[in-house]
Design a protein around this ligand. Structure first.
Ligand code: V47
Length: 371
């Protein structure tokens, strides 16, 4: 405990946690103390504010050439419940949302063997054509690497093409867990940790902001979690551009690791708090309500999270297929109530964490300059 109080003292002073001390704090600090420390850090970054957005996901296909142990979403070409949307269907889906006030479309799916860089770019253009005002957050590093390699381009060249097509930011998926030995067991076919980091570093150098994630609560150790956070923190020091970190709780239904079950809510809270404390150079920690459910998300706001994601409008299947809420959807009133019930002020943000100010009468919105 003496060692812990030394760590707590320097964390309170705002100094950077070392890897070794982060492991000790994670293991031994009482939960209430992690909540207090993380909330103080959160307040220094975003005050009393907790962000949400108005968004939908488009998942063009669940067909994937990879077969990760934890994935409940993936199907093989020809499976009865596989789907693949045509470009027209994607555009129609986007068009249905015209006038709804959404500010972001998150596009991500399986790595389909027939999709190419051109078809990925065309997907973005079609969504942009239907919803010109909306920001496109598209494709995990895993999808990006596959399409760019197949096109015979460098990461930078491929990314430029996606940017020209209208991709404004990149979501954080595909990071899973960086530890090479564990990654080889969980998702051996996926891009390496080094490659994932390289895609995000290249995006940052091209002024494309990205998010980052960690899949936790399966068979990884605390050391492997801290190692994962450490690699993200180093990248952000070298090539800043991560907007948000999203700890993704492993959900156990309908996949090959189901027998492991799910980690406790206490583990979720410790993970959120430690992410806030360790990642001193990433402003936003997102408690993704679709993965956690509403009550755990509300609790996460007492452990340093300052973002809960958005309205979703029943547009993503990744978590429902793994055992979470079957039809994820939240109204703006519900999102705002969740935040105010936790004692914070709900603020609608856009993809770049700028406050969205709406004029009630016509639902027009303006974005405030950087906050
Ligand atoms: O990379 C897959 C994870 C990720 C399971 O950037 C699972 O704003 C838990 O990255 N249990 C995709 N997780 C989702 C993602 C995401 C979601 C919301 C917002 C953002 C953002 C990014 O989902 C995958 C993988 O790590 N995943 N299967 C599972 N059974």
């Amino acid at each position: 405990m003496q060692r812990i109080s030394h760590i707590v003292d320097y964390v309170r002073r705002g100094e950077r946690l070392t890897v070794e001390d982060a492991i000790s704090l994670w293991r031994h600090a009482p939960l209430w103390l992690l909540g207090e420390l993380a909330t103080n850090r959160k307040r220094a970054v975003s005050g009393e504010v907790v962000y949400y957005n108005r968004n939908i996901h488009i998942e063009p296909s669940n067909i994937c050439i990879f077969n990760c142990e934890f994935c409940s979403f993936r199907r093989r070409l020809g499976d009865a419940d596989a789907w693949s949307l045509s470009l027209d269907e994607i555009e129609q889906r986007a068009r249905k949302m015209a006038g709804s006030g959404i500010t972001e479309v998150h596009i991500v799916g399986g790595v389909h063997p027939d999709h190419t860089l051109d078809s990925y770019c065309e997907t973005i253009r079609r969504v942009k054509r239907a919803l010109p005002e909306v920001a496109i957050k598209a494709y995990t590093a895993v999808e990006i690497l596959y399409m760019i390699r197949n096109a015979g381009l460098s990461i930078e060249e491929g990314m430029q093409r996606l940017k020209e097509a209208g991709m404004e930011s990149i979501p954080g998926g595909g990071a899973e867990i960086f530890d090479e030995e564990l990654r080889a067991k969980l998702c051996p076919e996926k891009c390496s940790s080094q490659e994932w980091l390289e895609v995000h570093a290249t995006a940052h150098r091209l002024d494309i902001p990205t998010n980052c994630t960690m899949l936790y609560g399966h068979v990884e150790t605390i050391e492997q979690r801290v190692d994962h956070l450490d690699r993200l923190r180093k990248l952000q020091d070298e090539a800043p551009g991560f907007n948000a970190f999203i700890p993704l709780k492993y959900r156990s239904r309908n996949n090959r690791m189901s027998e492991i079950g799910e980690c406790s809510v206490e583990d979720d809270m410790r993970t959120i708090a430690m992410s806030r404390l360790f990642l001193d150079n990433i402003d936003h920690i997102k408690a993704y309500w679709v993965a956690y459910g509403k009550s755990v998300t509300e609790m996460a706001l007492a452990f340093g999270a300052d973002d809960i994601d958005g309205t979703i409008d029943d547009s993503t299947k990744i978590y429902s297929m793994a055992g979470a809420d079957a039809r994820p959807s939240m109204s703006v009133a519900e999102l705002e109530a969740l935040v105010s019930d936790a004692g914070f002020i709900a603020v609608e943000r856009d993809t770049h964490y700028r406050e969205v100010c709406r004029r009630e009468a016509d639902e027009q919105y303006e974005v405030e300059s950087n906050i």
